[in-house]
Write a protein that binds this ligand. Structure first.
Ligand code: GTP
Length: 370
C-alpha cells in the first residue's frame, strides 16, 4: 500500500521535477557531448598519423560540433521539456552512435575506436534509458555495424580483414547484453532508493505530527523553536510565542465524555491552523495546550493575533456536542529575548498563561520583552 502510494506520488512529482531539474539537466548534456568531442579528438590522432585525410577529420569535427551546439540550444531554449524523456538521452546517443558508425564505414582505420566509444556511450544510456530502449539501441547498433562489415566485405572480397571485423562485432555483440544487465540492476537500485527516500520522508513527517490533531507535536515544536531562535540570534529579527490553553477542559471531558473532548481539540486545531500565517508554526504542546510560534513578530503583533484567535475560538459553535455551546481560551504571550534559552522563553509564556487563568480565564496576558 505504502509502495503504491510511493509510486503514485513519484509519478506526479516526476512531471514537476522535469521543470525543476532543468538547470541540472543542462550541464548533463555535457558528458555525451564530451564523448563526441573526445571521439573527434581521437580522429585527430588518426589524421596526424596519416590514417585518415584532413578533409575527413574536418568534416567529422564540424558534424560533432554542430551536434553539440544543436542539443545545447534545445536544452537552453527548454524545447526538451516537450518530450516524454526530457534528458533526450536516446536521441543524443543515437546521433553520436550514427556519427561513429558512418565514420567507421567511410574510414576503415577508425574502426578500432568504434567498440570502446560505443561502450562508453552505452554506459551513459544505462542510467537513463529503459531496458526496452537499451535492447532496441543495441539491436540497431549491432545490425548497422554488421551491415557495414558485410558491405565492406562485399567490396573487398571477404578476405582476412572481414573475419577480423566479424570477430570484433561478435565481441561487441556479447558485451552489450552484459551492459544491459548492469543497467537493469542500476535502474532497480535507483527505484528502490527513490521508494525508500519517499518512505523515509513519510515516516519523518508522521513522527513530527500529533496523531489526534495533525498539528506538529511537542518534539517538532522544540526543533522549530531552536530553528527560529538560531535565526533570531543571527539576525536580531524578533519572534514571539503564544501558549494557548482551552479553559476548563477537564470539565468538558467530565461532563461530555472524552470523545467529545477529542472532537473539540480537533475542531479548535483546525480553526487555529486556518487563522495563522503561512510562516507561523502551530503545534500541540500537550493535552489541551497548544503552542504557536510567530517568526518576525514582536510582542504587540503577537498579542493582537492572540486576541483575534481567542475571539475566533469563542465563536466556534459546539451547540450539538457541548452543553455549554462554546469554549474559551487563555493565552500567554512572550517575546524571545536575544540569547535566552528556549526553556526560559516557554517558562515566561507559561507565567503569562498562568496569570490569564488567575485573572478569570478567557483572556490574553503577556510578559514584557525587557
Ligand atoms: N479528550 C481529551 N482530553 C485530554 C487529552 N489530553 C489531555 N486531556 C485532558 O485535558 C484536561 C486538561 O485539564 P487541565 O489543563 O489540567 O485543566 P483545565 O480543566 O483545562 O483547567 P484550566 O486549564 O485551569 O482552565 C485533563 O483532564 C486531561 O485528561 C486528549 O487527547 N483528549
Amino acid at each position: 500500500m505504502l509502495l503504491d502510494d510511493a509510486r503514485d506520488t513519484m509519478r506526479t512529482e516526476s512531471i514537476n521535477r522535469r521543470k525543476n531539474t532543468q538547470p541540472v539537466r543542462i550541464p548533463q548534456i555535457s558528458p555525451i557531448s564530451l564523448i563526441s568531442l573526445l571521439y573527434a579528438l581521437s580522429l585527430y590522432i588518426f589524421y596526424r598519423q596519416g590514417f585518415i585525410s584532413g578533409q575527413t577529420f574536418i568534416s567529422v569535427a564540424a558534424v560533432v560540433l554542430g551536434f553539440v551546439v544543436l542539443f545545447y540550444s534545445v536544452f537552453r531554449l527548454g524545447l526538451n521539456l516537450r518530450f516524454e524523456e526530457p534528458s533526450l538521452m536516446l536521441p543524443q546517443l543515437v546521433t553520436s552512435l550514427l556519427i561513429m558508425l558512418i565514420v567507421a564505414y567511410l574510414e576503415r582505420a577508425t574502426q578500432i575506436a568504434l567498440v570502446p566509444f560505443i561502450l562508453i556511450a552505452f554506459s551513459f544510456g544505462i542510467f537513463r534509458l529503459s531496458t526496452g530502449s537499451l535492447i532496441g539501441l543495441s539491436f540497431g547498433c549491432l545490425s548497422s555495424y554488421l551491415a557495414i562489415i558485410v558491405l565492406r566485405g562485399q567490396a573487398e572480397g571477404f578476405v582476412d580483414a572481414f573475419r577480423a571485423d566479424l570477430v570484433q562485432w561478435c565481441v561487441l555483440a556479447l558485451t552489450l547484453p552484459g551492459m544491459i544487465l548492469v543497467g537493469k540492476q542500476i535502474q532497480n537500485l535507483r527505484q528502490l532508493l527513490r521508494a525508500t527516500r519517499y518512505q523515509l520522508e513519510h515516516y519523518e513527517e508522521k513522527s513530527a505530527r500529533d496523531e489526534l490533531t495533525g498539528l506538529y507535536n511537542r518534539r517538532q515544536l522544540q526543533t522549530e523553536l531552536e530553528q527560529v531562535k538560531l535565526q533570531a540570534d543571527t539576525s536580531s529579527i524578533p519572534f514571539t510565542i503564544c501558549l494557548i490553553d482551552i479553559d476548563r477542559f477537564k470539565e468538558i471531558n467530565d461532563n461530555n465524555g472524552h470523545l467529545t473532548g477529542d472532537t473539540i481539540l480537533k475542531e479548535f486545531a483546525k480553526t487555529a491552523r486556518d487563522s495563522i500565517r503561512d510562516t507561523d508554526v502551530l503545534g500541540r504542546y500537550g493535552g489541551d495546550e497548544f503552542l504557536q510560534i510567530l517568526p518576525d513578530t514582536d510582542l504587540k503583533g503577537a498579542v493582537m493575533h492572540a486576541e483575534r484567535l481567542r475571539v475566533y475560538a469563542h465563536f466556534l459553535d459546539f451547540q450539538k456536542i457541548l452543553a455549554q455551546k462554546h469554549i474559551s481560551l487563555s493565552i500567554g504571550v512572550a517575546q524571545y529575548r536575544n540569547g535566552e534559552k528556549i526553556t526560559d522563553l516557554i517558562a515566561r509564556a507559561d507565567a503569562a498563561l498562568y496569570q490569564a487563568k488567575q485573572l478569570g480565564r478567557n483572556r490574553v496576558e503577556w510578559v514584557s520583552s525587557e
